[in-house]
Design a protein around this ligand. Structure first.
Ligand code: KG4
Ligand code: ZN
Length: 387
């Protein structure tokens, strides 16, 4: 089975094609094409992601990413095919709200043959709704034009699969498993009894941890996205063994539950630096203390969840799981306290948003795929939940 996937939930425009032999999760996989355009340089100028700009960039970039993914997979075939009036007006309706995309897609369809693809999967949430809609309308258009079934995917399930994917297989998982999902929009602990059976056992009560990294970075005068910046400065502070600039709280660390709170941590940074000119070393020291605080809270709550639910496998996913300090701390700490626990972090290139993970989730849900006529009403859901 060949799956074409589309991801536009935030600031990455991504299209992939994978080939799966066998049923999920025991299949063998080959990534045939993987095209990703990161809008980070565009959003950096504004210090964060603006949904309207993300939407415009997705609309501009989807057809070039589709062409690149098909080309990589040697599935791009030129032909001359005129779209009839009915097809053209259906596509025009589907893409009425995506400026320029109708023209670009029509032009593409009139010059290329339908590729040998069995399924299209698309992120339907959670994420920024204007951004999600572009991907959904594009996926519907392809499903219609090529008559290929379509399946909607939860972005967070994609992150889980991204974290365990070996490039050719989904490894055998010992259940119950726990996933810690940490990204720009999410901080949650989800129990996985088996594939598809999810139960949220903890979550943030205010900001997501990635959001806190981004906001603290901004306060410290560091560019967007803040996660990698904080991480780099924290490393400098550790290497130089700089003194602590200000001790920060570990919010909710001792609370008898599995929830998180990061907005107080962010505010504590604001108070600590207010009215004080900061040297480079000060910035590094604050970055380290912030990263330490966030890591300790994440570790503590994750350990609590593991003990409460007799967890055998831990899967950490989402953009913040790229953080080296969080990875190293988790791995070394659980080695001491839970030596039998299997721990998965994503490979670097699949830790932030990508579409390979949406193709894998598409394979997991291949049975839920429907033809375009039954998928016409598919909507974006910015708050789509896993459980
Ligand atoms: O999963 P993702 O790519 O997009 C969302 O679905 O939100 O996560 C993006 C988030 C951003 O907040 C970014 O600052 C954070 O992941 N991030 C990091 C690192 N790399 C990305 N946070 C901490 N350390 C990193 N190395
Ligand atoms: Zn994400």
């Amino acid at each position: 089975m060949r799956i074409l996937s589309i991801e536009t939930s935030c600031d990455e425009t991504a299209v992939s094609i994978i080939e799966a032999h066998g049923d999920f999760p025991h299949a063998s996989y080959e990534v045939l094409g993987n095209a990703l355009f990161s809008q980070i340089d565009i959003h950096r100028e504004y210090g964060g992601v603006f949904p309207a700009i993300a939407k415009r960039e997705h609309a501009k970039t989807l057809v070039p990413m589709l062409i690149r993914a098909l080309e990589e997979g040697q599935l791009l075939m030129k032909t001359e095919a005129t779209l009839d009036q009915e097809a053209s007006s259906e596509l025009e309706t589907l893409l009425a709200r995506e400026p320029g995309l109708f023209e670009a897609l029509t032009n593409f369809l009139e010059h290329h043959a339908c590729p040998d693809i069995d399924l299209i999967s698309v992120t339907s949430g959670p994420g920024l709704e204007p951004a999600l809609w572009v991907g959904i309308n594009f996926a519907k258009s392809l499903s219609y034009a090529w008559d290929i079934p379509l399946v909607p995917i939860n972005h967070m399930e994609g992150h889980i699969l991204s974290s365990i994917f070996t490039e050719t297989t989904i490894p055998e998982i010992a259940f119950p498993a726990l996933t810690l999902l940490i990204s720009g929009g999410h901080t949650e602990l989800v129990l996985i009894r088996t594939w598809g059976a999810y139960e949220k056992v903890g979550e943030t009560r205010d900001d997501a941890v990635g959001e806190a990294f981004d906001k603290v970075a901004r306060m410290l005068g560091l560019p967007y996205p803040g996660g990698p910046e904080i991480s780099a400065h924290a490393r400098i502070a550790r290497e130089k063994d700089l003194p602590v600039f200000a001790k920060l709280p570990r919010p909710m660390i001792d609370a008898d539950n599995l929830d998180f709170s990061f907005s107080g941590l962010k505010t504590a940074v604001r108070y600590a630096i207010e009215g004080t000119p900061l040297s480079g070393d000060d910035v590094a020291s604050i970055a380290r203390e912030f990263e330490d605080a966030a890591t300790e809270v994440l570790l503590h709550k994750t350990r609590r969840a593991i003990d409460a639910h007799d967890i055998r496998t831990l899967i950490v996913g989402g953009g913040v799981s790229a953080n080296t300090h969080i990875r190293d701390t988790f791995i070394s700490s659980f080695k001491d306290t839970h030596p039998d626990l299997a721990i998965f972090f994503p490979p670097r290139h699949l830790s932030t948003d990508n579409s390979v993970m949406i193709a894998l989730a598409g394979h997991a849900h291949a049975r839920d795929a429907r033809r375009f006529s039954e998928m016409k009403d598919l909507v974006a859901n910015g708050n789509l939940s896993l459980a």
